[in-house]
Design a protein. Structure first.
Length: 344
């Protein structure tokens, strides 16, 4: 793809060797927004391989410098509707990177991300990545993201049977709660329905969302008390800890609420994350003053903990991901992606 010239700086003599995958990223890094916009327009008619290579390069740039994309996000949304599935997925991943690093600049294109999330005919990995991007935005801009329609799409999507998808949706819901717990105050029971599922990362994100809601509206936890008690036996320590945290919030909100102390005491010598939250819950059951220095049952503390905990739960030797379509592919699997046929 030939490069556009710049009216101010003049044509770049060395651009003849530029390739599509590096050209637009380079223009953005040089602050040549007008040229980048023109190049993006040309990219829309480029060969599929060129579009995908360019978007992968832009995604790598967004990982490090997301603010560079403020003026080009609108035209980039066009690639969310590209005829090629890998192009749409790579574009969605690009929006995840920008939303994580600079969520404010993505607010104007929220409707386009929401459209992809809501499109039942869309490839589910694309929908999941759009949900992930919306979740990152919701932490700082909940009023822009958490419409009843988007919340419904996220919640209903939890019924999907692809773990990689439900993980992203659960993560997005926890981020919505972190942005504004009241947005999910009527969804506690439906979130708790998934605390008995097989995916521990989903259980962690949703138990976190429930605790965050409980920080603001502890009375909303009453209807899910039995599920939280069951979660004290969860195989994942972080889910057990969040369950104890939620029960503590519930006990502290209403002196008449009975939380079985013996169930909590049985976990008093559990791993540190659990034991600390058990002590918090026991202090609430006994109407003691909790230790404020412990950073337990506060939204700010949970916000700082969540990413690291999720990364720990996501084991480092987990199955890989197809670079084209995003399918989770085990190391012992075939030498090509069973979904799109890309060599691995």
């Amino acid at each position: 793809m030939s490069s556009p010239s710049n009216a101010t700086n003049g044509p770049m003599d060395d651009r003849t060797s530029a390739t599509p995958e590096t050209e637009i990223a380079s223009l953005l890094e040089q602050g040549r927004t007008a040229d980048a916009l023109e190049a993006l327009e040309q990219l829309s008619t480029a060969a599929s391989a060129d579009r995908q290579a360019c978007l992968r390069s832009l995604k790598a740039t967004a990982d490090d410098r997301p603010t560079l994309f403020e003026d080009v996000l609108a035209p980039l949304t066009e690639f969310l509707e590209d005829s090629e599935r890998p192009t749409r997925l790579t574009t969605a991943k690009l929006f995840v990177a920008v939303s994580e690093g600079a969520p404010g600049i993505v607010v104007p294109v929220i409707p386009r991300l929401a459209e992809r999330l809501a499109d039942e005919s869309e490839f589910y990995y694309v929908r999941a990545r759009c949900a992930e991007a919306l979740g990152y935005i919701a932490v700082d801009h909940p009023e822009a993201v958490a419409s009843p329609e988007i919340i419904a799409d996220l919640r209903v999507g939890l019924e999907f049977d692809e773990p990689e998808v439900t993980e992203k949706l659960a993560k997005a819901l926890s981020h919505v709660a972190l942005g504004d717990p009241d947005r999910l105050r009527h969804q506690v029971a439906s979130l708790a329905d998934h605390l008995r599922g097989d995916n521990e990362l989903v259980r962690y994100h949703l138990s976190t969302a429930i605790v965050v809601i409980g920080c603001a509206r502890p009375e909303r936890l009453m209807d899910v008390k039995e599920t939280l008690l069951d979660s004290l036996d969860d195989e994942n320590r972080y889910v057990r800890g969040r369950a104890a945290e939620a029960l503590g919030l519930l006990a502290g909100a209403d002196a008449e609420t009975s939380v079985p102390v013996d169930r909590l005491e049985a976990l008093a010598t559990d791993e540190e994350f659990v034991a600390d939250r058990v002590q918090f819950a026991l202090s609430q059951c006994r109407s003691d003053t909790p230790d404020d220095s412990a950073d337990i049952a506060t939204i700010d503390a949970i916000r700082t903990q969540t990413s690291a905990i999720a990364a720990e739960i996501r084991t480092p030797d987990a199955d890989g991901e197809c670079p084209q379509c995003g399918l989770s592919v085990p190391e012992s699997g075939p030498p090509f992606c069973p979904s799109c046929g890309t060599p691995l």
